[in-house]
Design a protein around this ligand. Sequence first.
Ligand SMILES: C[S@@+](CC[C@H](N)C(=O)[O-])C[C@H]1O[C@@H](n2cnc3c(N)ncnc32)[C@H](O)[C@@H]1O
Length: 294
Amino acid sequence: MNDSDSHDPRHLLSARRDAFFGRAAALGLRPDPRWFWYHTIDLGRGLITPGSFDYRDVLARYGFPDRLDGKRALDVGAASGFFSLALAARGASVTACEVPGFADWDHFPGEAPGSVVEKIRGLLVHHTLWSQAEVDHLFAGADAALLHDLLLEQPFAFACRASGLPVRRLRASWRTLDRALTGEPRFDLVLLADVLPHVVDPLAALAAVATWCGDRLVVAQELWGAPEDPPLLRYIGGDQPGQDVAEWWRPTFAWFAQVLAKLGFREIRLWDRFETRVFPAGHRQPKTVIQARR
Ligand SMILES: C[S@@+](CC[C@H](N)C(=O)[O-])C[C@H]1O[C@@H](n2cnc3c(N)ncnc32)[C@H](O)[C@@H]1O
């Protein structure tokens, strides 16, 4: 690889993928090449997953306490588990919640439950090294349950096993989380990262997730406008059926600040703002971290 290649996101991801499979083989591990790595995760022993989102350099900007020993943390929409494992590494007892299947994602009114599968099919070429033909081949050879396993469940389980960090997996959406599942009335830290954009009613979802938070809520996602803008929830879903990428809303910071205050939080702070690069597509995604305390 030459110098300019090392800055090219496709080459970088390709090098990371080769290194991952090489190292896994050396360790006697057999990750499935059909797995989708949402996150780049350093699992230790030189094993680093080739993910579309690499938050390793910006983790400090989420403002998690250095140590969380004795604390219970809930990661809502954990995907392949970067944040769950980061919280477990700080000593927290972590519950990682992920939807049981694609039908549990929100869908735009009038669209079919599970319509997100088609949207993900279109998105994967921007988030993996697979061509559209390879993605289509994968989708043609697997039903929705197997696809969900390959894209979400199995990589997460592998990451937990390989890292040796105990994380409890709960198969639930923000709607179906209940006490019988969690076994806990509340968590000391709740993380809601990049889930609300995929929710049709973000006010209901934020309120539901907030009920699980006993102390610190960390929200991270793209916001609309400037921090001083009024409390707005901007619709971004377009006017054509199927046009959106299962994202409908961009709130302003003031929307979060007012809603979280009304939900009983205090010390609501815009913690940090930064950009992350999406692999292998290369575009930058703005991210705002908000912290709120009970
Ligand atoms: C954009 S990813 C964000 C992953 C991770 N939280 C992060 O910030 O890197 C959105 C995640 O939310 C999950 N998700 C989608 N709808 C959900 C719902 N209704 N309840 C809980 N999680 C959901 C998806 O399966 C996916 O793992």
